[in-house]
Design a protein around this ligand. Structure first.
Ligand code: ZN
Length: 287
């Protein structure tokens, strides 16, 4: 009754030295909802994402166990893509969200109805861990060898990012840049224009790491970019659904006499199927 899908991730993770681009995701159960929404719901986003994936993700072909270290080693876009697909599998294809128009005179609340397909980027599998970019700001030219930002990097700068967002960005770069060649520059001393170029190159290679939506305000016509953060979307959805979950468990336990563990072990989809049957039955009985 619990569905799974095989997801392809462009960056992948290593198993015995070989790069693995496919994982299996299983849909969320009531038990997961309580654990992720309540027990670990206060964790910073990057750590929370690791917990979600550790719970619902497994490897293929006998390599069932994917440990936290491997999940942290996934690049940010892979982690985001997996969260999106997990949400789609567990609660459906449609994502409803609200954004505010950034114009100070407008601030209109806009309802957006998004589909998973609009949020998931199609990215070809990356075959290399290390990439190279030629950067040039008109004065300095250099060749930089770098890797993409991973969950591990994000977790490492959580504390610093709370105090100093820019410094955290520098630490991320230092962790990801292997070598700055050509100019004798070290990464800390790279001109900000070059750091920006490097950031752009990283985004091109890992476009799913940051999902930007183009939104047009229906009230004032302004066109603006809005970031879609799948981890906060999913966490909010799990927490907001907690009250309903209790009510649903109560109804199923009361009428079917099933145990708590049994009901919480079901997916939301299965719970809702039984609730619809129950509703029809009760409606029939009261006629
Ligand atoms: Zn507006």
């Amino acid at each position: 009754m619990i569905r799974t899908v095989v997801a392809t991730i462009p960056g992948g993770y290593r198993v015995n030295g070989a790069r693995c681009h496919q994982v299996r995701l299983r849909e969320l159960t009531g038990q997961d909802q309580i654990f992720l929404g309540d027990v670990v719901g206060q964790l910073p986003s990057a750590q929370w994402t690791t917990e979600v994936l550790h719970r619902c993700l497994s490897g293929l072909d006998g390599a069932e166990d994917v440990n936290r270290e491997q999940i942290r080693s996934l690049n940010v876009g892979d982690r985001e893509a997996l969260l999106l697909q997990l949400r789609q599998l567990s609660f459906g294809n449609r994502f409803d969200c609200v954004v505010s128009c950034p114009s100070p005179d407008c601030q209109e609340k806009l309802d957006l109805e998004l589909r998973a397909g609009e949020l998931l980027q199609s990215v070809a599998p990356l075959q290399m861990d290390v990439h190279e970019a030629q950067l040039n700001d008109g004065e300095t030219t250099c060749t930089v060898r770098f890797r993409l930002v991973t969950g591990d990097d994000q977790e490492a700068v959580i504390e610093l990012a709370r105090r100093d967002y820019l410094a955290a960005g520098d630490v991320l770069l230092r962790r990801c840049v292997d070598r700055v060649g050509g100019s004798g520059t070290v990464v800390e001393e790279m001109p900000s224009a070059l750091k920006e170029q490097l950031g752009e190159r990283m985004s091109e290679l890992d476009p799913q790491a940051e999902v930007r939506l183009k939104v047009t305000c229906s009230a004032c016509g302004r066109v603006f970019d809005a970031l879609f953060d799948v981890a906060s979307y999913l966490l909010h959805e799990l927490q907001a659904g907690m009250r309903n979950l209790l009510h649903e468990v109560h109804l199923l336990a009361y009428h079917y006499h099933w145990g708590l563990a049994e009901i919480l072990g079901m997916s939301a989809r299965t719970r809702h199927q039984f609730l619809r049957l129950l509703e029809a039955e009760l409606a029939g009985a009261s006629r």
